[in-house]
Design a binder for this molecule. Structure first.
Ligand code: AMP
Ligand code: GLY
Length: 436
């Protein structure tokens, strides 16, 4: 089978790597891909957002299966357009992708169907949003609330506020200065939830769903969850905070009701449904839904998946998820993001990455490239998040140890990474808790 993977990050490298092991695949293209992906797939210089260009390419190259990484092409209807031409593609239609592309759509759907999430209000003018913030009562002498742009903002449209001033500034930025353009035509202001975060990524055919192994991301740039939010600085799987019982509850109370709710409202949701959750004292609540695989969670999940990924994708497309059972490597997996100096703020690129060759000898260590490109036989940095260094281990401590041993072999100018990826799972293991 001839396959096309759309995207250029660490998630797409992990998808291409896993698909390359499938019994059904003879040829993989990736558009646009990155330096690492080019080693195992043929990269085509078409941007992930260029749905027309991707469609022409797929027709020309007789692509038989397309797998989409990022949300933007899903939101702008790549699945609808490929389906209209009879090209097999894995993912939600543009109507279904609204679960990620419009937070107002997502929150209203959850409210109508009693799916657990933070209490919220929607605002269509900055004046009314500001009045609301000014009138918010303090709790225990403190303020804590969250301002969110309605539309896609590359993961940056959420501001957790601890003062009214922060809230007013966020509203100004989003609704008046339009820093996320039309994504800021509406805002949501919601209750701040407390607890531990976890990601559950399910694959669905629109009726039934199977969860992938749980994972936990680390969104803040510095150790101890300090500093600004990023696209994700590392992940591990499984997330021991999600016991088998908790996972059962998440499927029953959140994932299945969401898919059913969409169906009742006339939208069949197919593909990946990613729930970003807060595990609160009163149970798991939805922070966000994404219509795609998580990044960097996918890099920590796929090395543990024993099934052929194409079989899972086929089950989603062909409405056979109810017959599907997933098998996992019991060993935990840790993936650390190595980023360019300055990320998530401004950073320079174009530096040579050293040490990659030596990593090839390490067993159960995988390097998924994100912002890299190839120059001759060298790799150079070309983005904010550069590499995802990933390792399996006999337990979480061993996985962390093996992962950082690999990270320490890599060098490029200005590189930085968090040194505490997996700390929550490690603390839990030390205190004798469930190790997933
Ligand atoms: P999102 O892009 O919606 O996942 O939000 C990014 C991050 O903001 C989440 O991973 C949380 O850390 C935080 N966040 C979002 N909504 C809330 C909330 N209601 N309460 C507390 N933290 C939140
Ligand atoms: N890991 C967060 C995301 O994929 O949106």
């Amino acid at each position: 089978m001839r396959t096309l993977v759309v995207g250029s990050g660490g998630r797409e490298h992990a998808l291409v790597w896993k698909l390359a092991q499938s019994k059904d695949i003879d040829k993989i293209y990736c558009a646009p891909g990155n330096g690492g992906i080019c080693d195992i797939a043929e990269c085509a210089d078409i941007k992930a957002e260029d749905v027309g260009g991707l469609l022409d390419f797929a027709l020309r190259q007789k692509i038989e299966l397309t797998v989409v990484g990022p949300e933007a092409p899903l939101a702008s209807g790549i699945v609808d357009k490929f389906n209209a031409k009879g090209i097999r593609i894995f993912g939600p239609t543009s109507a279904a992708a609204q679960i990620e592309s419009s937070k107002v759509f997502m929150k209203s759907l959850m409210k109508r169907h009693n799916i657990p999430t933070a209490d919220f209000e929607v605002f269509t003018s900055s004046a009314s949003a500001k009045d609301y913030v000014k009138g918010l009562p303090a709790s225990g002498g403190k303020h804590k609330f969250v301002v969110k742009a309605d539309g896609l903002a590359a993961g940056k449209g959420v501001v957790v506020c601890t003062t009214k001033e922060e809230g007013l500034t966020a509203i100004d930025d989003i609704m008046e200065k339009k820093i996320f353009k039309d994504a800021g035509n509406k805002v949501i202001i919601e209750e701040c939830l407390e607890g531990e975060e976890a990601s559950i990524i399910a694959v669905t055919d629109g009726e039934d769903a199977v969860p992938l192994a749980s994972a936990q991301d680390h969104k803040r740039v510095y150790d101890g969850d300090k500093g600004p939010n990023t696209g994700g600085m590392g992940a591990y799987s499984p997330a021991p905070a999600v016991s088998a019982e908790t996972l059962g509850g998440i499927m029953k109370d959140i994932i299945s009701p969401t898919i059913d709710a969409m169906l009742k409202e006339g939208i069949q949701y197919k593909g990946v449904l990613y729930a970003g959750l807060m595990l609160t004292a009163s149970g798991p609540k939805v922070l966000e839904f994404n219509c795609r695989f998580g990044d960097p969670e996918t890099q920590a999940i796929l090395p543990r998946l024993k099934n052929d990924l194409v079989d899972l994708i086929d089950a989603s497309i062909d409405d056979e998820i109810d017959l599907f059972s997933l098998e996992w490597d019991a060993r935990p997996c840790v993936s650390v993001v190595v980023a360019s100096g300055g990320y998530p703020g401004e950073y320079k690129t174009g530096f040579e990455i050293e040490g990659l060759e030596g990593l090839k000898r390490l067993k159960d260590v995988y390097i998924f490239h994100a912002g890299t490109k190839k120059a001759g036989d060298k790799f150079i940095t070309s983005g904010g998040r550069v590499l995802n260094v990933t390792a399996l281990g006999s337990d979480i401590k061993d996985a962390i140890y093996r992962c950082y041993n690999a990270v320490n072999l890599i060098e490029f100018e200005g590189m930085h990474f968090r040194r505490d990826i997996g700390y929550r799972a490690l603390n839990r293991a030390k205190s004798g808790g469930n190790n997933g």
